[in-house]
Design a protein around this ligand. Structure first.
Ligand code: SF4
Length: 144
């Protein structure tokens, strides 16, 4: 599988994890599920605005395809990532993963599926995408 295929597949797995989290919420508290999905979309948008707009691969070069295309709709920014920007990205991603855990803990099969999808997606990104990504300022990029 080439890197773009791995990038899109890993993003699909992470999206699947979010959907599984939303299903777990919907089974216990139906009104909270759309709120979670809306919040997750907003947080992903924040990550794209804060992180991807500084990436030299934004636009057609993005190894995950969609984030780069969306980032290209926003004004491009330059320079290294600041500690605040990295903190915003980390908090946004942690919130997306953490919020459904309360409902997932009482639904073990969905909990397992959530972490299989999220874990596989994250490992694929770290092992297959980050190693060849051209975003030299990314903190996940291995040191040269
Ligand atoms: S490769 Fe660049 S544009 Fe694509 S997701 Fe990563 S940081 Fe964003």
């Amino acid at each position: 599988m080439n890197t773009v295929a791995v990038g899109t597949f890993s993003l699909t797995l992470l999206t699947g994890a979010v959907i599984v989290g939303a299903v777990a919420i919907a089974l216990a508290a139906p009104l909270y599920a759309p709120a979670y999905l809306a919040a997750a979309a907003l947080l992903v948008g924040t990550v794209i605005a804060v992180f991807c707009t500084k990436c030299p691969l934004r636009g057609k070069g993005c190894l995950h395809v969609l984030p780069g295309r969306l980032a290209a709709l926003l004004p491009a920014r330059q320079g290294k990532y600041t500690a605040v920007e990295i903190a915003i990205v980390v908090v946004a991603l942690l919130l997306i993963a953490a919020v459904p855990q309360y409902w997932l803990f009482s639904q073990v099969p969905l909990l397992a599926l959530f972490w299989v999808l999220a874990g596989t997606g994250a490992v694929l990104i770290l092992r297959r995408v980050c190693l060849v990504c051209g975003n030299r300022c990314c903190p996940l990029r291995p040191k040269e």
